[in-house]
Design a protein around this ligand. Sequence first.
Ligand code: PBE
Length: 289
Amino acid sequence: MLLIVPLIAACSSQTQPYNSKEKIGPQINYTITGIDAGAGIMASTQTALKDYGLEKANWQLQTSSTAAMTSTLDKAIKDKRPIVITGWQPHWMFTKFPIKFLKDPKNVYGKAESIHTIVRKGLKKDSPEAYTILDRFHWDPTQMSDVMLKVNNGMDPQKAAKEWIKAHPKEVAEWTKGVSKVKGKSLKMTYVAWDSEIASTNVVAQVLRDQGYKVTIQAMEQQPMWASIATGAADAQVSAWLPKTSGLFYKDYKGRFEDLGPNLHGAKVGLAVPKYMKNINSIEDLKNK
Ligand code: PBE
């Protein structure tokens, strides 16, 4: 009995619909639902907990995975329960669920981010064709979301990439214009298996395959991905969210890679809540409301 009582108490606080008349903290056990520990958004959220005085108020960040976080979000929304998640765009979570970003007056997560293409030093000399295509590759959040949604609906990522390429001949022609075909040259790309990077990496890899490259793509944690480019074990990655989210790695490996600039503008990272949490609009509200 001694054990059961606190358990029930802990659970019951999370099964009630959101109550705007009570403080938000106790309603969710002062917990932000996060994703994999290696993600930049997790490091930024730790900073946010400190900078907004939430850590002192006993708030914590729970590590999980994107899949676990979105499924917890899905269940919370079905019951109109309170929840605070680590959110970002482009991602289908903003299409599928009625959620909103919290304002970030201290600018911990940065305003807008760009996703950059990062290649190993020497790629230009060794594989000028791939280098040119990687340098030109760019798309917008809607286009990236098209691929992400298909994969989220169960389509194989390579198939989704092929379909996107088929439907966007103008874009692909712009990236490949005047570039010679190659014959069976190898190229290795590394990425982290976030939905956005699964989409972009598969699209670029497929364009390079259509150019004649033998492309392998390998998923790994963020830190080894940066190391793979720095050491020349891999040729390219298209997964650098800058300036903030991947900023630590960018700084750590500076001088040991070539930054080909943004392949996507208008990405955004922060904390998010369901829209029915009407009185919670800023990270500061987590402490004060
Ligand atoms: N993300 C998606 C990553 C980058 C891509 C925002 C979850 C992160 O490092 O946080």
